[in-house]
Design a protein around this ligand. Structure first.
Ligand code: OAD
Length: 246
C-alpha cells in the first residue's frame, strides 16, 4: 500500500533540528511481538498482561511472573527488528538531535542499531534486586526468581509495572526532549498509559508538529497535526524515502 507523505511533514522535518520519537508496542508488532493489548497465546492465553505486570502479582506468585517474563524474553530472542526499527536509525542520522523514547521493553531498537534509546518502561533483558536495586543482565529462562548477589533478596524483572513510577532520569529526559523539539513522532502506541501518553500533547502545546503513525485511532489522533494511518514498518521507510528524495 502506498503511503502518502504530506508535504507539510517533509517540509517541517527538512527544517527541523530537534526531533523526538516515542514508540510503543505497535512498532514491534511487525517483528511478531504481540502488543500489550493483544490476546496472549499458548500457555499464557488465560492471563491478561495487565494482571501479570504488577507488583501484587509478583508478591502473590513470583515464580509465575518470572516465568511469564522468561517466556516473553524467549519470544523476543526469536524475532528480529523490522523495517520500522531500521528506518528510525536512518531517520535519526538526519538531525542535530534525535531522541528516541520507547515504552517497549524488548530491546529491538538497540538491536536495529539505535543508540541512546531512553527506555521509559525498563528492559526485559535486565533484572534487579528487590532490596538493593542492583540491575543485572538477565538471560534466565525458567524457574523461580534467583537470589541477588547481595544475599538480601531475590531479583525481579527491571521493568515498570502497573502502578509503579517510571525511572526518574528517563521520564525527566523525555519531558525535556518533548518540551524542546520541532517535531514529535508518536509511533505505534495506544496513547493511553500515562505519563508517556502525555508527552506528545506536551510537545504540541510547545509548538512542535505532532505526527501520529498508527493504523488505528487513538486519543492523540484528533490532536495530531499529521496522521499516517499505516503500520510503522511501512510508514517509516516511506517517510525516510520521502525525506531523502526531497
Ligand atoms: P498497546 O498494546 O497499548 O498499543 C499498541 C498500539 O500499536 C495500538 O494503538 C495499535 O493500533 C498500534 N499498532 C498495532 N500494530 C501496529 C503497527 N504495525 N504499526 C504501528 N502501530 C501499530 O501498546 P503501548 O501503547 O506500547 O506499559 O502500551 C503502552 C504501555 O502499556 C506498555 O509499555 C505497557 C502497557 O501497560 C507497562 O508495562 C508499564
Amino acid at each position: 500500500m502506498d503511503v502518502e507523505i504530506p508535504s507539510k511533514l517533509t517540509r517541517r522535518l527538512g527544517a527541523a533540528r530537534r526531533v523526538v520519537a516515542l514508540t510503543g508496542a505497535g512498532v514491534s508488532a511487525e517483528s511478531g511481538v504481540p502488543t500489550f493489548r493483544d490476546a496472549q497465546t499458548g500457555l499464557w492465553a488465560r492471563f491478561r498482561p495487565q494482571d501479570l505486570a504488577t507488583p501484587e502479582a509478583f508478591r502473590r506468585d513470583p515464580a509465575m511472573v518470572w516465568g511469564w517474563y522468561a517466556h516473553r524474553r524467549a519470544q523476543i530472542a526469536a524475532v528480529a527488528p523490522n523495517p520500522g526499527h531500521v528506518a528510525l536509525v536512518r531517520l535519526a542520522a538526519r538531525f542535530e538531535q534525535f531522541t528516541l523514547l520507547t515504552q517497549n521493553v524488548d530491546g529491538l531498537h538497540q538491536r536495529a542499531g539505535s543508540s541512546g534509546v531512553i527506555e521509559l518502561h525498563g528492559s526485559i533483558q535486565r533484572s534487579r534486586c528487590l532490596e538493593c536495586d542492583l540491575p543485572q543482565p538477565d538471560t534466565s529462562s525458567v524457574g523461580t526468581p534467583p537470589p541477588c548477589t547481595c544475599g538480601k533478596s531475590v531479583r525481579r524483572p527491571d521493568v515498570v509495572w502497573f502502578g509503579e513510577s517510571l525511572p526518574v532520569a528517563a521520564i525527566d529526559a523525555a519531558m525535556t526532549a518533548a518540551d524542546d523539539c520541532d517535531v514529535f513522532l508518536s509511533i505505534g502506541t495506544s496513547t493511553v498509559v500515562y505519563p508517556a501518553a502525555e508527552l506528545p500533547f506536551r510537545a504540541g502545546r510547545r509548538g512542535a508538529l505532532v505526527v501520529e503513525i498508527n493504523p488505528d485511532e487513538t486519543p492523540l489522533t484528533a490532536h495530531a497535526d499529521v496522521v499516517l494511518r499505516h503500520a510503522s514498518g511501512v510508514a517509516l521507510p516511506a517517510l525516510v524515502a520521502a525525506l531523502e528524495a526531497a
